[in-house]
Design a protein around this ligand. Sequence first.
Ligand code: LMR
Length: 403
Amino acid sequence: MSWFCDVELGPPIEVFALTKQCTEDTFEQKVNLGVGAYRTNEGKPWVLPVVRAAEKALANDETLNKEYLPVLGIDAFSSAATRMLLGEESPALVENRAFGVQTLSGTGALRVGAEFLARNLGKTVFYYSSPTWENHKLVFKNGGFLEGREYRYWSEKTRGLDIDGFLEDLRNAPEGAVIILHACAHNPTGCDPTEEQWRQIAEVVKERKLFPFFDSAYQGFASGDLIKDAATVRYFVQQGFELFCAQSFAKNFGLYNERVGNLTVVLNNAELVAPVKSQITLVIRGMYSNPPSHGARIVSYVLSNPDLYNQWRDNIRTMSSRIIEMRKKLREALEVLGTPGDWTHITNQIGMFSYTGLNEIQSLHMVKKHHVYMLRSGRISMCGLTPSNVDYVAKAIYETLTT
Ligand code: LMR
């Protein structure tokens, strides 16, 4: 007899199980389009040169030590991250009613934010796009939310945004519900609302008194332009919303395993900052006490050093333009082969991922027959495509759709 007899086997985490399966596969032409992690033209992971430079400088700085950080992390980091998101001139910053909290990547920011909202504001219902990043649901449930509901987002038919369904579902949401919105480069579809559609979304969020919680995992990485990728969050702030935004530095700094992120909090009154900060402090203290320093020091060092900052922006552009190039190449190869269907969505989509439109059976066939590892939903990570494997992947898609 054990205390643990009734523990059921949990389901695998699809994206990581797929990586393991691919690593163990001995087929020479295998392609990993599963996990969202940048690869070079040679298909290798990339430590950004600017990160190497910052690490060298930090390693030689003997004034730095390994003492505990404050519960809310390094102030210079969270202020720099918040300014990067909102813009120096943001009314929320000028009026001292916005602040940042260092977190364990974007996931940690979502988790801390969710727990604060459930615990301190009594929030129980959250909405997520259909589809969304699979972890949103687990994070919000673990954060104390009782009910997750979908809002329509992706239209199979148009392989684009279902804006009417999206707006209708928001209109039917109960007052006060928390709405998870992807700041840019929607994961998994790569399909974002247009500026005009964001205006419509903001109107409904305001009218229905919903609480926007942005997930910003790709600022700069998506388009190569830090301002463009933050435009939606900035628009909501200009519209006077109070909001949360989870920022990740995994993709735009390539710091996947350093777990460096920031929870940006925008309030409508500077006097609320101290009480809200004090309650977030208690949430973190009771969860992991205080964050690690390495990744936050790198980001903070780069963001505060004009020379390195410019190098970083070059590094970001290298990544985003390679992905844009791969989108063009994949679409071209599919069209040259005469692959059934319209492939314009591949180049219309933005960021790390593409929703190919392949269904579950077809996606599983891609894995099994062609050793092209992709999620069952039909999502591929564009980063796994290289000039040497893009034709192979296109042929695999062609075969899958024609046999
Ligand atoms: C992804 O969506 O592939 C990445 O964000 C990795 C993850 O944690 O799911």
